[in-house]
Design a protein around this ligand. Sequence first.
Ligand SMILES: *Cc1c(COP(=O)(O)O)cnc(C)c1O
Length: 367
Amino acid sequence: MIPFLDLKTINNRHSDEIMEAVNRVAESGWYILGEECRQFESEYARFIGTRHAIGCGNGLDALTLILRAYRELGIINPGDEVIVPANTYIATILAISENGLQPVLVEPDPRTLQIDPDKIEEAITSRCRAIMIVHLYGRCAYTDKIGDICKRHDLLLIEDNAQAHGCLFNRRRTGSLGNAAAHSFYPGKNLGAIGDGGAVTTDDTALAETVRALANYGSDKKYIFHMKGINSRLDEIQAAVLRVKLKYLDADNSHRKKIAGQYISGITNPAITLPSCCAPDANVYHLFPILCEKRGELMSHLSQHGISTLIHYPIPPHRQECYKEWSEHTYPITESIHSHELSLPISPVQSEETTSYIISAINEWKP
Ligand SMILES: *Cc1c(COP(=O)(O)O)cnc(C)c1O
């Protein structure tokens, strides 16, 4: 079976360096908030191009901590609205509601699968404080128009960069385009740890200090608590492993782009729609989504040919039981994407031959 994502092979390419990193931490006697975390934060901030990076427990915490910090700073208040794409992964929306804020769902553009910049402005009310964009599937969601809307309406721009480490908008990395950004290092992401991990990046020093304190019980001085914080830290082992993997991220993303290029030029089956093209560096292909009316049939055809695929995601957030208050709402574009999307295998270790085999299996399929 061709795996959807072969994490074992991905990480075993660097097993000597990873084992060295793990041993170094194990033998150091220092496991939380130490030198590895500090070094990773500074290397990651330099990579993204922000003044600060703050490690935390996972991507959801990174998102939640950003909004919580803006509340502590009095910049966002309970009941305020935050605009978010309707087709995002649920974590983005959970971070908003967890903070007592109101998510305002905006439909994506069916061609890019990213939040539709032309639909944002009509969703802005006097309670709106921020736009949370999500670089979904690894593709940059930022546009000049979004930047302009934020300026004109005095809104914060927050990026969910969980799926797009290394992605570029012009020559700037996603994660440095707005006021703050959340990153996840869940093992399957483009920059993945060997456990949970996350980070916040920002140029805003007050925000950075608040996030750092909130993630450590609300304390910036031992046993002194200004805020009712949480415990969400990037542990030393994950930080040490991420330092190894960060060195290979750009090369891994280039490989993903090559595979994507092969899919884009090779897939000719008229029953399949590919997302529109974008600037070459504006996508790091965390996933390779295609759209197909008869998705279920295509999925089983590929499975019979030994090819694993996944759906990202089968049920949109507004159709989930946890958000039953939205069950009467309709977001037709989002719903259509969720019923037609299928993700093909893509990874830094997938060969050209495997990709060609997948393309032939797709092209020979007749709905
Ligand atoms: C993975 C992911 C998250 C959450 O990250 P975790 O580390 O799993 O908490 C948030 N947003 C998006 C878009 C993601 O893909």
